[in-house]
Design a protein around this ligand. Structure first.
Ligand code: NAP
Length: 288
């Protein structure tokens, strides 16, 4: 198969590049905004035609959740308009679109993990634009797998784990919200799951939504505490409420995702969040 990956310098795209480096079965074409702007229809069409693309994995997105509140048009262009463009191009070329979405499409008032078909109710511009991207893909008629994930981190780019480790080196104590519950996702594990989904697809028509995070459910406070422990930082973490840490964009109070569908479909076991966190911090230590 010929697989086009967009946004390949981001957290997820980088991990997909790493784990497919030795893949002899498929041809991978890695692009980011400097080589393929997903908002540029002519460039997207040219990439599909030139490489006879069978699968497009869209890792490109506008992911600055708070900044999106001030830039709704730009966020919508990248998170909704561009996925529609990719979907229309996939339909034309009979290709599969694997698109990554977010737990922030949900309202956050649930008490049980969100199933893939539960009603959405985004609370932020970022969440709304990602929800619109999902809707436009479903409406396009193309073959798609939408994979919602959450709290993504890796050894590249900006993320909560790297921020906490940096604060652990510079602060004696920090305050972290303890009333928002979700589950972190190591980008490496998500990349493995996406490759498993692609290899599983036997070119039958597929139009499905999946959820993928690591196993377990924790608060940002639990996550920060574990990062300090595993990272060997003496910085004290104090639990605070969301009200005590106002942000531009509203976050869901509860955004745990039900993982049963992807486990069954792709026949995968999903690592527990703390085990993956240990591996990522180990990787970061080797880099420094
Ligand atoms: N990060 C999270 O916590 C999180 C949580 C839930 C879901 N997700 C979803 O997971 C997916 C992957 O997230 P990530 O954390 O890997 O994202 P990321 O690190 O922000 O990477 C996104 C990549 O897309 C590129 N990009 C932006 N606009 C583009 C365009 N017009 N054309 C081509 N590339 C473009 C970015 O380039 P620049 O850096 O130059 O802009 C960046 O390299 C996204 O769909 C995101 O919405 C992320």
């Amino acid at each position: 198969m010929n697989v086009l990956v967009t946004g390949c310098h981001g957290q997820l795209g980088t991990e997909i590049q790493k784990i497919t480096a030795a893949d002899q079965k498929n041809h991978w074409y890695f692009t980011d905004v400097d080589t393929l702007d997903i908002c540029n229809g002519t460039a997207v069409e040219a990439a599909f035609s030139e490489h006879q693309i069978d699968v497009c994995v869209n890792c490109a997105a506008y992911t600055a959740v708070d900044m999106a509140e001030d830039q709704p048009e730009i966020a919508a262009f990248i998170n909704a308009f561009a996925p529609k463009l990719l979907a229309d191009t996939c339909l034309k070329h009979n290709a599969l679109l694997v698109h990554v979405s977010t737990d922030y499409v949900f309202g956050g008032d649930a008490t049980l993990p969100y199933k893939v078909d539960d009603p959405i109710n985004p609370q932020s511009v970022y969440g709304s634009t990602k929800a619109e991207g999902e809707r436009l893909i479903r409406e396009s008629g193309c073959n798609y797998m939408i994979v919602r994930t959450a709290w993504l981190y890796s050894s590249v780019g900006k993320n909560f784990v790297k921020t906490m480790l940096m604060l652990g080196d510079t602060k004696d104590e920090i305050n972290v919200v303890a009333d928002q519950k979700g589950c972190p996702t190591w980008a490496h594990d998500l990349a493995v799951a996406i490759v498993a989904l692609i290899n599983k697809d036997k070119k039958e028509p597929i139009q499905e939504t999946f959820h993928f995070t690591n196993e377990g459910q924790i608060t940002w406070y639990d996550f920060a505490t574990a990062i300090m422990e595993i990272g060997g930082k003496s910085c004290k973490v104090n639990p605070i409420t969301t009200d005590q840490y106002p942000t531009k964009a509203k976050r869901p109070a509860y955004s745990v995702l039900d993982l049963s569908k992807i486990k069954e479909y792709a026949c995968i076991e999903i690592p527990f969040w703390r085990d993956s966190l240990e591996k990522c911090i180990e990787e970061l230590k080797k880099q420094s």
